[in-house]
Design a protein around this ligand. Structure first.
Ligand code: ADP
Ligand code: MG
Ligand code: ZN
Length: 519
């Protein structure tokens, strides 16, 4: 066992009391949820000895999360979140997620872990349940003060995990739970986390530059799946990684962004250290057999493109904790403008174009150059004044106030965008890739799919005075500007951001509050 807490096959009851009846109430759950719960009880029978599973509260590509209740030894009942990882998850990945939670969790707005169950290839992480409201449902009613608090607490969580050398890589509202009533916050989901060079998390110390090593047993002798390291596979089957569209004859104006690459750049792409494209299963910088055959599931591991930093979007090899800070900036931008999601992009190049439309194309190109990437964009975007833009977006009703200039719309649809390595940054002869980002930014669309909620936004303008939106201090936009610094080297850190004048009063009140240990 290398990971603590252990994932025992059996459970000697510690702190819990066995439930007398698994289904004490008449269930009103949808049938598919009931079926999922039954499946989980069958897959990990030890759970039934401790928990009454009440509902399913989350479902992603890599896990399902359930709300469960347990009777404690002192007679009280407590609620827990049970995260059931998909059985094909890789052992190293599971171990890394658990270790982030055990080492860094349980304090500073980072969720902790109570227990972990395993039966064969089923792993269930037990966490305290944090009742929360989805930002998308409450964004229209958030006051400025709440937004300020939310970002402050997010930055505290980031400062904390960054001190451990953890890069979360998937910072977004769905992973930062907010309980409005209790003013409680919890950073969850270390399923994509990676380590900095000096990370304190053993399982994140994956050396991506060394060649293939034998797999490390993580949960005892038995591997959680039949994945075997075959480093040559990626070379033999390059088309399996759908990073690129190999065709060179993609018309620039065709719908949907396309990547057009040379053979050598494709080869480079397979070898490059790209989150989501290297699986990290066997400490190599390649994709193992299992991940190759499951590439559809591997790809989304890269996170959510609308929250990704420019250095991630341009595949800069040196990515650090600054990428989480950028994502926090996107969240602040979203909350200040009342638009969620703010950037909605179908791929990285569309996302980069959307960033340029807010932060300026010249500025983006210049920042990219500083980390070795040449971005070529045929359309020039002027850097937006953040306050003006946010105020305009917050006020404008559906159908009004497009962000981009009217005459820019058509040009945006046909512009093209190229990203190249700036020679002589790396030795490879030809690494250029070229793309036509043929989709206008989501910003420009008044109706992106799946966001009917936008239609109900901004209909309560009168409320705004009371919510403090008429008095947003300059500091808020100054911090936003620093979080959304295109250059990761000069971008503010989470620790520095907590010292920003925007949070002056929170810092001093914190000093007096440090004795109220729990929050
Ligand atoms: P995934 O990797 O599938 O995104 P997450 O860890 O982000 O898994 O969990 C998915 C969702 O489940 C979260 O967005 C949240 O709504 C819910 N969830 C996760 N952990 C908790 C928790 N401790 N308390 C309450 N809800 C949780
Ligand atoms: Mg998540
Ligand atoms: Zn793998």
């Amino acid at each position: 066992m290398e990971v603590s807490p252990h994932c025992p096959d059996g459970l000697s009851s510690g702190g819990f009391v066995l439930p007398s009846d698994r289904n004490p109430r008449k269930s009103k759950l949808p049938r598919d949820v009931e079926a999922d719960i039954e499946y989980l009880y069958r897959a990990v029978p030890q759970l039934a000895k401790v928990f009454h599973i009440i509902d399913k509260i989350g479902e992603g590509t890599f896990s399902s999360v359930y709300l469960a209740e347990a009777q404690m030894l002192d007679g009280t009942r407590e609620t827990f979140a049970l995260k059931h990882l998909i059985p094909t998850s890789h052992p190293t990945r599971i171990a890394a997620e658990l270790q982030c939670l055990t080492v860094a969790g349980g304090t500073e707005n980072v969720i902790g872990v109570t227990y972990c169950f395993r039966k064969e290839d089923h792993v269930v992480i037990v966490m305290p349940y944090v009742e929360h409201q989805a930002i998308v449902n409450i964004i229209e009613s958030l006051s400025f003060e709440e937004v300020r608090l939310y970002i402050y607490h997010l930055l505290r969580a980031l400062k904390h995990i960054h001190q451990f050398g953890i890069i979360h890589r998937d910072i977004k509202p769905n992973n930062f739970l907010y309980n409005r009533k209790r003013k409680a916050f919890a950073l969850v989901d270390f399923g994509l986390a990676q380590g900095t060079a000096d990370t304190k998390i053993e399982m994140l110390k994956v050396d991506l530059t060394t060649p293939c090593k034998a797999p490390r047993p993580v949960f005892g002798e038995r591997s959680l799946n039949s994945c075997t390291p075959t480093p040559s596979t990626t070379k033999q089957a390059p088309s399996k990684i759908e990073l690129v569209k190999p065709s060179k004859s993609v018309p620039l104006a065709s719908r949907g962004p396309k990547l057009v690459e040379t053979q050598s750049s494709r080869q480079k792409a397979q070898r490059a250290v790209q989150p989501g494209l290297t699986c990290n299963c066997y400490l190599t910088n390649q994709v193992c057999n299992v991940c190759l055959s499951r590439r559809q599931q591997v790809a989304p591991r890269a996170g959510t493109s609308g929250f990704r930093a420019p250095e991630v979007l341009t595949k800069c090899p040196n990515q650090g904790t600054a990428i989480d800070v950028w994502s926090a900036g996107v969240i602040l931008l979203s909350l200040l403008s009342g638009r969620y999601p703010f950037f909605k992009a179908s791929d990285d190049l569309v996302a980069l174009t959307q960033i340029m439309s807010v932060r300026g194309s010249k500025e983006t190109i210049q920042a990219a150059k500083s980390f070795g990437k040449a971005v070529v964009c045929s359309w020039e975007f002027v850097r937006q004044d953040l306050r003006k833009m946010c105020e305009r977006l917050r006020k404008c009703r559906l159908g009004e106030g497009a962000l981009l200039p009217e005459d820019g719309k058509d040009a945006v649809a046909t512009r093209d965008l190229k990203i190249q390595e700036v020679p002589p940054s790396h030795s490879s002869a030809s690494n250029d890739c070229q793309a036509a980002a043929a989709e206008p930014p989501a910003l420009n669309k008044q109706e992106h799919p799946g966001s009917q909620e936008t239609k109900t936004l901004f209909t309560k303008e009168l409320l705004e005075d009371k919510q403090g939106w008429d008095r947003v201090p300059e500091e808020a936009y100054d911090l936003l500007d620093r979080l959304l610094d295109l250059n990761p080297r000069t971008r503010i850190t989470a620790a520095e951001a907590l010292q920003h004048p925007l949070f002056k009063d929170l810092r001093s009140s914190r000093v007096t509050n440090t004795t109220d240990a729990q929050d």
